[in-house]
Design a protein. Structure first.
Length: 363
């Protein structure tokens, strides 16, 4: 999206990437597939404006060698930890350097040495404030990276989701009421540790084990419907069996675009149970745009987006999530109120992208 917005605004954009592609590029801007320090230095020296999508130490060094400032679009926590995630091998280090390095060495000597080597480099990048402008995907990341003067530019929703919402129009009051009364508890996401699907399964089983508090006596018991695939699919399936809730849980392929909108609108509530601190949480942006009730974990971009617009629970807290499910059914849904002009909406994102180029001349 970044290159497209700038190109459509009249700028001459070239993307330099290490990603190979056997097919010739036919897009509106130029693409070079050579990611080496000499290539980057040469390309940067011939440019008026430099940006790196993701924190790349090589790109920052190349910019410094070319004596050019660089805009860094941070997509995670690479500036403050070796894994960029806040955890390694399912263990959180709390962004503490000592814990991070210990976990890295436990994973192997190469990982450990890389974790050590990045510390002085990242400290130098942070100190090079005149040459670096930082863009972060949420206020939460700005706080974690200790970059209070950074530009917040949220991860954009899938254009297919926005197109579907425009085509379908607002959800009626009757449709919302029907979803609350007859819909299920729904999860969308990749089945990996950090997304917390296992926490949701445990919370759902706990809620059922308590007798489904919050449900009216004549209300059919909602199912847990998981739309997702990923490396932990077999573990989730095993957990569902172990907790004896297989008869009440459906695991289906992930949905996107119009199908995601329709499924979200049919749900009684959608849960975003991430255990890590989501830097950008695209699914949260899309669910907010859908205007559907959401229970989300509080720490990370998802909590930032649904603060005051949904139900928030502590990350990884099974019991509190079970309580939130009960509260949803007893007190009724909390609907967000999207206007389209939130800072995570497409108009605001495009405006912020163009503002980064001021006062760049149009080609």
């Amino acid at each position: 999206m970044i290159a497209q917005v700038w190109q459509e605004a009249g700028h001459d954009v070239e993307v330099v990437t290490a990603t190979p592609d056997d097919q010739p590029w036919r897009g509106p801007y130029r693409v070079s597939r050579s990611w080496t320090l000499p290539t980057l230095v040469r390309k940067i020296a011939a440019s008026d404006f430099v940006a790196t999508n993701g924190y790349s130490r090589v790109a920052v060094v190349a910019s410094a060698l070319s004596r050019r400032s660089v805009v860094v679009f941070h997509q995670g926590y690479q500036l403050i930890c070796s894994d960029g995630l806040g955890f390694r091998d399912r263990t959180f280090h709390g962004f503490r350097i000592g814990s991070d390095i210990r976990l890295a060495f436990a994973a192997g000597p190469k990982q450990g040495l890389r974790a050590l080597a990045r510390v002085p480099v990242d400290a130098a990048v942070r100190a090079w404030s005149p040459g670096t402008k930082h863009v972060v995907p949420s206020r939460h990341v700005a706080t974690r990276l200790r970059l209070p003067d950074s530009t917040v530019l949220y991860q954009p929703p899938n254009p297919a989701v926005i197109a579907a919402l425009e085509d379908l129009g607002p959800q009626t009051v009757e449709a919302r009421a029907d979803a609350h009364e007859h819909g299920d508890i729904v999860f969308f996401g990749r089945l990996v540790f950090e997304k917390g699907c296992d926490v949701l399964v445990r919370a759902y089983a706990l809620w059922l084990g308590r007798g489904g508090p919050g449900l009216r006596p004549d209300r059919a018991r909602p199912r847990l419907v998981i739309y997702g695939r990923g490396p932990e699919l077999t573990q989730i399936e095993a957990l569902v069996r172990d907790l004896d809730v297989a008869a009440s849980v459906d695991i289906r392929p992930f949905l996107g675009g119009r199908d995601l909108v329709l499924a979200a609108r049919r749900a009684s509530v959608v849960v975003v149970p991430s255990v890590w601190e989501e830097p950008g949480a695209t699914i949260a942006v899309e669910l907010f745009a859908c205007g559907v009730p959401v229970i989300a974990t509080a720490t990370g971009a998802q909590g930032e987006i649904f603060a005051g617009q949904g139900s928030l629970v502590p990350n990884g807290d099974v019991s509190t999530l079970a309580d939130a499910i009960a509260e949803h059914f007893s007190s009724g849904p909390i609907f967000p109120h999207p206007t389209g002009y939130e800072p995570w909406g497409l108009p605001a994102i495009s405006k912020s992208l163009l503002a980064l180029l001021d006062p760049m001349p149009i080609s």
